[in-house]
Design a protein around this ligand. Structure first.
Ligand code: SF4
Length: 377
């Protein structure tokens, strides 16, 4: 089992908070699609014949590609992957790209899951974040996808926006629930280095949401979604039964994946490969028939840290038997000794062969995970 990720680094406009790699120059799209196809030819052997079971087209804004370009991409992928056997094929879309014609085009492709970056159902928030869509536009886009037959839709929301109150956040959650989507991801607003949002904060023009309010919003999110039948299967992800994101779950589950495109990452169980976060550099290299990734060989300690960072984000947690098969017993003993105080105070639990962070511990999950890290000089 393996995943295939394709990064589409194009956005019509840039959102205020975003530090993902993307640009607004659409004139290089054709060359970029050629490069993606060629990179797949060059690198498909890295998966050593492991069948690709999930495909994720992310960005950037993949819905800025025409249906014809997406079709060309899928025609090429089909040379290597039996698309009808792929269990989950996701595309990230901006709501205002999802016209009836575009959705009809998507339906003609093997895509069976739509992930929509809605972020808020408040037009003031959307304007502040410099999103292109309106709240009503997002609602209409979800409805159109549902009417067209999509029954696996995910939406993203952001909480902790400057000036957002608990009531405003509740409105967002309830609006999301009223849409009946199968999956929801919600993230606290992060002030990333180099973003316009960070600049505003440095200039004192926006104030960060305080920790107490952010925790209250997160608690409300968990409680309302669970009451509505969504299971929190990861720190920021909630799904109705059988609708967990399989592609993303593979990141948390040590499944190998091949990431193609500018800024894409790959993982094969023993190393990580990083493509350059520069679209022109990426295209130039691939056009010259060269892969252009940096490679990091993972030491046992790196792999142990990766396991903590990924699996402790999930509610299921660390499979102890798997962990024992993978790591030296001294590392397992270390993990137990560092987890013990958290187990005693109820932040972690060891049950049914899994070590996981409890609901109480979720609020301090970053510090719990870092406590279990091996200290380095
Ligand atoms: S649309 Fe997505 S990738 Fe593009 S700037 Fe906005 S948040 Fe970033």
């Amino acid at each position: 089992m393996a995943g295939l990720y394709l990064h589409i680094p194009f956005c019509r406009t840039r959102c205020i908070y975003c530090d993902f790699h993307s640009g607004v120059d659409m004139s290089i799209q054709e060359r970029y699609i050629d490069a993606l196809c060629h990179e797949l030819d060059l690198r498909v052997n890295e998966l050593q014949g492991t069948p690709i079971t999930t495909i994720y087209i992310g960005g950037g804004t993949p819905s800025q590609l025409s249906i014809e370009r997406l079709q060309r991409l899928f025609n090429h992928i089909a040379q290597y992957v039996q698309l009808n056997r792929s269990q989950e094929i996701t595309i990230e879309c901006n709501p205002d790209d999802l016209s009836p014609q575009y959705i009809e085009g998507l339906r003609s492709l093997p895509i069976n899951r739509i992930s929509m970056g809605i972020q808020s159902f408040d037009d003031n928030d959307l304007r502040f974040l410099r999103r292109r869509h309106s709240a009503q536009g997002a609602i209409d886009a979800v409805r159109r996808c549902q009417e067209a037959g999509y029954d696996n839709i995910s939406i993203d929301l952001i909480y902790g926006l400057p000036g957002q109150t608990l009531d405003m956040w509740q409105y967002n959650i309830d609006r999301a629930l009223s849409l009946g989507v199968q999956h929801l991801s919600a993230y606290a607003l992060i002030y990333e280095e180099g973003t316009a949002l960070m600049q505003l904060r440095e200039q004192g023009r926006v104030q960060e949401c305080n920790e107490e309010l952010s925790l209250a919003m997160y608690t409300m999110l968990i409680e309302r979604l669970e009451a509505a039948g969504y299971r929190q299967y990861e720190i920021s992800n909630f799904a109705l039964a059988h609708h967990e994101a399989r592609h993303n779950s593979s990141y948390w589950d040590d499944t190998p994946y091949l990431g193609l495109g500018a800024a894409a990452h790959s993982y094969d169980g023993s190393s990580r490969r990083y493509n350059p976060a520069d679209t022109q550099t990426y295209i130039d290299a691939i056009e010259n028939g060269k892969c252009c990734y940096d490679e990091e060989r993972l030491t046992p300690t790196d792999r142990y840290h990766d396991m903590l960072l990924t699996r402790l984000r999930t509610r299921r947690g660390i499979n102890i038997a798997q962990c024992k098969a993978q790591f030296d017993s001294s590392l397992i003993d270390y993990m137990y000794s560092m987890a013990a105080p958290h187990i005693i105070c109820g932040n972690m639990e060891l049950s049914d062969g899994y070590l996981h962070i409890t609901r109480q511990g979720l609020f301090i999950s970053d510090s719990i995970i870092s406590d279990l890290f091996v200290a380095t000089d």
